[in-house]
Every structure is written in structure tokens, then in C-alpha cells.
Design a protein around this ligand. Structure first.
Ligand code: ADP
Ligand code: MG
Length: 472
């Protein structure tokens, strides 16, 4: 399925649930840990036993404040509410969440492209347990019976609600990737989508380009990788365009992404807030962290990915989008130190972006990296040789000069290269004539001959420069 992207625009807003990295659950001292034997990370409160009362986890609040500040939100006085719905994996029969007053309100983040995406709110709530349906292909409808594991029930979640500012699957992927980097940077989440500690619900609608009003949206659940999220968005947008184009209308629904079949299917019609009968939880007091706590957390925040991108872009004088991968790989501190040691900024960034995917790359010595770049720019190493030396530096930690010597990459004397080029011109007058008349293809012939004569040691760019100089 596809559609005319010049005629239609996709509008996406994401709700990201992040499990917070606390030692214990949001309202009890049961352990917060992934996996484990079913029903071993539980206590009276997790089981919803009568008489058990919630006690708020201070560290979860601290993490929610950290994330709020990192997302440029206002951290405010908030209220816990009961969201009532029946779920076998949530024995209290309601989820404690925040409704009208979330802890974090109105913020934004900046993507590597420079695009800003609004954050509506982020609120604290409890995770549910997990049901496994046995028989009937694992679906609840035809299962013989179901098993309930409450290890995850009550784990602290921060639900981050983004504004409908995203316009493509690619925007959405960049947004989740950025959010994940921020959550990991502030120590709030391990960012593992595959273990479900980061879960994304996608709201997707379409509208004709030029229209002001948003279309009716559908919410897609069960996307558990960035790849399947992108596929789900494109599928869902095409489905909606199809419906509208054939005179039907989109009905607001919650849909389920089936990754194997590559399509979304109806899960349920959308609930209204009324269905949940929200009311303030009488077991908990208003949460008011106060200025002092918030300012203490602000002062302890680490440098965030976008600040790091801006810092290296400014120092190196390169465009912002050239810094995304460098920061993602954690190479920015090394690059800054290498530039500080006198290396050419653009070359340093180019190597970090293209030749340093190896995890150990961040550990090379800035001084050695700077020497390598100098050897390359002096013409002592060709670009191919430079790449090889860099790879061996990352592998062995050895000095670039030693690696170059051991590989026989000794400097090609420029007068030697001069002589070889002159000899070739003399020996191939017809080709030279054609080169002088502007036949660009002959340049490759000469470079090839030089490489043959020097057994690959010459720098192709230097040869081209010599040829151009001789043509005048
Ligand atoms: P609800 O209360 O029903 O969950 P919200 O207004 O809180 O609805 O929005 C939930 C999410 O849906 C937000 O991430 C928001 O950006 C997104 N959203 C809202 N309207 C649209 C729309 N027309 N198209 C796509 N996404 C939307
Ligand atoms: Mg919502």
C-alpha cells in the first residue's frame, strides 16, 4: 500500500512508556527487576490485598523530575488518581496514575536534524503484570486458560506524551531514538525496547496537504522496535488515505500492529476518559517536590545529547547533522580533545563519523589521533592507509607512526612521485594529448599507472594534482 505524499500529510503523536530504573516498585518495597520466576517480585500491595497501602518511591519521583527537566518541562505539583478498569494482571482493579495534574508539563526536545518536537506532559503511573494465554494460538479469545505473572505489576512508569508534531515515520524514529538517549543519559531508563522497558503507542492520522484541521486518529499498540514502528505508521497512514479516498471515514480506534503480517488490526474502539472514572487516590497525598529539590536535580543533570551535538558542531565548525552519530557513539569528548591537541577539526569529525564504529574507538589517545590526522594531511599517508592505521590503533592502542612503519607505509618522497609522473607522460604521449584536450577519463589511466609503479603507495589525490599542474 502506498499513496501520493504530495497530496497527503501524515500526522503522528507518540506516547512513550519508560520503566524507571528504581530498585523497588512505585508504591511498595517489592523489587523492580526484569524477568525472574513468575510471581516472585511481589508483596501484599502488588497482590492488591485488602489493607495494604501505597507508599510513594522517592527515587521514582527524583527520576521523573530529572526527565522533566531534561525535556524542558515545568516540574509541578501533581496528584495521583485512580484509573479504574478491570484487568486480570492488575489485582487492585485500578491503576494509580496521574490525570489532570501530571508531574511534568509542557516541554520540548530537539532532534539531531534541528527539528523541535513538543512534549505535552509526562506522568508517573504503575505498570501492569503480564498474562500468558495457553492454547488457541496464544490469543485470549480461544485460550484454554491464562497464566498471570505479577512481577511487573507496580513497576514505576513514566508516560511521556508527545505533541502531534511528527510528520513521517522517519521523524517518529528520530524522536524515539532521541528520547531514549535522553532517558539513558539521565539514568532514568535502560532504554531496552526489546525487553519492554521502553514501549511506544503511535497515534496516526492523515490530512490533505494544506488542511488546517487534523484528521481522526488511530492509536497503534504493540510496536516493539523502531523498525516495526516505522512500518506500522506507513501501513496505517496508507489504510486511512484509502478509506477517505473511497468516501469512507476513519473511526477513532485502538489498533494492534501485527509485525509478521505487516498490518494493523482492530483491537478495540477507543475508550473515553469517562470510561475510566478517574478520581484522586484517597490513599496518597498531593506530590509537591518544591523548588529546592527541583533546583538540586537541575544542578546535577549531565550534559544532554543535543547540548553535546551543539558543542562539538561549534568547536569543529561542522553542520549539526554531522555530529549525531559522533555523539551517539560517545566519541565527542575524544574529538574535542583531539582538536584541542591541534588536529584539523573537519578531518577528526569525518573519521569519527565514518571510520570509528568500533566500540573501543573512544579509548584511543587524543594525541595519537591528532598525529594520525597530521600524517594524513601532510601526505605521509594516503587516505586508504590512514583508515587502516586508524583501525589498527583502535585494535592495538599502538602509535600511528609505529603502525605505519610496520605496514611499510613509509612516506612517498614527493620528488620521487614527480619523476614517476614525468616518465609516464613521456611514455604515453597520445594519452597525455587527450588529457590536455580535456578528456577527464584519461586521468584515471595515469593514476592507475602511478599506483602500479608505486605498488599502491602513492596518494591518488596528489597524482591528480601533479597532472593538473603539468597541464597548466
Ligand atoms: P487521549 O487523552 O485520548 O490519550 P491526547 O490528546 O492525550 O488523547 O493525545 C494522545 C496522543 O495522541 C498524543 O501523543 C498526541 O500527540 C496524539 N494526537 C492527538 N491528536 C492527534 C492527531 N489528530 N493525529 C495524530 N496524533 C494525535
Ligand atoms: Mg493518552
Amino acid at each position: 500500500m502506498s499513496f501520493d505524499h504530495d497530496a497527503w500529510e501524515i500526522v503522528i503523536g507518540l506516547e512513550v512508556h519508560a520503566e524507571l530504573l528504581t530498585r523497588t516498585k512505585l508504591f511498595s518495597s517489592a523489587v523492580n527487576r526484569f524477568g525472574g520466576e513468575p510471581n516472585t517480585h511481589i508483596d501484599a500491595l502488588t497482590l492488591g490485598l485488602p489493607g495494604s497501602l501505597p507508599v510513594l518511591n522517592e527515587h521514582a519521583v527524583e527520576l521523573a523530575i530529572r526527565v522533566g527537566l531534561a525535556l524542558n518541562c515545568t516540574v509541578q505539583r501533581s496528584v495521583f488518581a485512580r484509573k479504574n478498569y478491570f484487568y486480570p494482571d492488575q489485582p487492585k482493579n485500578y491503576q494509580i496514575s496521574q490525570y489532570e495534574l501530571p508531574i511534568d508539563a509542557e516541554g520540548w526536545i530537539e532532534l539531531p536534524s534541528g527539528m523541535r518536537v513538543g512534549i505535552e506532559r509526562a506522568h508517573l503511573e504503575e505498570d501492569t503484570g503480564k498474562s500468558t494465554h495457553i492454547g488457541g494460538g496464544g490469543r485470549i479469545h480461544d485460550a484454554l486458560y491464562s497464566l498471570v505473572d505479577l512481577n511487573r505489576a507496580g513497576v514505576p512508569l513514566l508516560e511521556i506524551v508527545g505533541k502531534p508534531d511528527l510528520r513521517s515515520a522517519e521523524d517518529a524514529r528520530a524522536y524515539v531514538a532521541e528520547l531514549r538517549s535522553i532517558l539513558v543519559a539521565v539514568g532514568a531508563s535502560d532504554g531496552k525496547m526489546e525487553e519492554g522497558s521502553l514501549r511506544v503507542d503511535c497515534n496516526v492520522s492523515v490530512r490533505r496537504r494544506g488542511d488546517e484541521a487534523f484528521g481522526t486518529r488511530c492509536e497503534i499498540k504493540n510496536v516493539n522496535s523502531l523498525r516495526s514502528m516505522g512500518r506500522a505508521i506507513d501501513y496505517e497512514a496508507a489504510r486511512q488515505v484509502d478509506l477517505i479516498s473511497s468516501g469512507e471515514s476513519v473511526v477513532q480506534q485502538t489498533r494492534h500492529w501485527n509485525d509478521a503480517e505487516g498490518r494493523t488490526t482492530l483491537l478495540r474502539s477507543k475508550e473515553d476518559a469517562d470510561d475510566y472514572r478517574y478520581f484522586p487516590d484517597p490513599d496518597l497525598v498531593v506530590l509537591d517536590p518544591g523548588e529546592e529539590w527541583i533546583e538540586r536535580v537541575r544542578s546535577e543533570l549531565p550534559m544532554l545529547p543535543s547540548q553535546r551535538r551543539h558543542r562539538i558542531a561549534e568547536v569543529a565548525g561542522v553542520p549539526l547533522d554531522q555530529t549525531a552519530l559522533v555523539v551517539e557513539r560517545g566519541l565527542d569528548d575524544l574529538c574535542l580533545a583531539t582538536i584541542g591537541a591541534g588536529a584539523d577539526p573537519a578531518r577528526v569529525l569525518t573519521h569519527a563519523e565514518h571510520n570509528m564504529a568500533d566500540e573501543r574507538a573512544a579509548a584511543i589517545a587524543p594525541g595519537a589521533f591528532a598525529s594520525l590526522v597530521a600524517m594524513e594531511l601532510d601526505g605521509r599517508l594516503t587516505s586508504t592507509q590512514t583508515k587502516q592505521v586508524l583501525a589498527e590503533m583502535i585494535d592495538s592502542g599502538d602509535d600511528p607512526a609505529a603502525i605505519a612503519a610496520r605496514n611499510g607505509f613509509e612516506a612517498m618522497d614527493s620528488s620521487e612521485l614527480d619523476g614517476i609522473v614525468d616518465g609516464l607522460i613521456e611514455a604515453n604521449p597520445t594519452e597525455w594529448q587527450r588529457f590536455c584536450e580535456g578528456d577527464g577519463k584519461v586521468a584515471g589511466f595515469f593514476v592507475g599507472q602511478v599506483m602500479k609503479a608505486t605498488r599502491g603507495k602513492a596518494d591518488g589525490k596528489a597524482v591528480t594534482a601533479l597532472l593538473d599542474a603539468r597541464r597548466g
